[in-house]
Design a protein around this ligand. Sequence first.
Ligand code: DX5
Ligand code: ZN
Length: 223
Amino acid sequence: MKNYLMAPSILSANFASLGEETARVISAGANIVHFDVMDNHYVPNLTMGPIVLKALRRYGITVPIDVHLMAKPVDRLILDFSDAGASYITFHPEASDHIDRSLQLIKDNGCKAGLVFNPATSLNYLEYVMNKLDVILLMSVNPCFSGQSFLSSTFEKLRQARQIIDRSGRNIRLAVDGGIKIDNIAAVASAGADMFVIGSAIFSQPDYRIVINAMRQALIRVM
Ligand code: DX5
Ligand code: ZN
């Protein structure tokens, strides 16, 4: 089996006990913590800033934290989140006037870098920056809220992104975010994804381990 990464989105966790919830999902088998940053400007919702990430690090969360910026502009936030302890920082190409420079800023500050593509955003943005990417994240919903349904147009886009990555010969993760459930994760992996952002499917259930195990079980059958 491929080395699949499970990245629960703590946007769906109980914010009143975020440290405990994050620790609980990690001990249930999560590999990475997905941290959704929304600014009421790039998307009409407002979530968490760098002090929340720093608080999770102080609480004792040591696994990689993947910061998904749904915010603009991004450069100041890149500095603040790398200082706060981010491991990955990803942003939407529409949110930076200087995509190459923002990617380089992430790398220069010691984090893994990625671009995020909304359902209607073209993969053409990849063309000149493959050498700066550690992850490509395809949104399978329009960003803003957890609990939305997976958009089936994502399958073809995943196949295209997988081809682009394979042709590049680079070690770049292909992540998907939005509407991932036990019953669609295998199809999503078959289309080329190897990192899964999962919010409501995990946090709506009492036992996170059962959901993560069921997802890993579904992935065993994927070639
Ligand atoms: C959506 C966020 C996602 C979201 C995923 O805008 O980027 O990370 O929390 O949640 P589910 O899995 O419920 O779609
Ligand atoms: Zn996200």
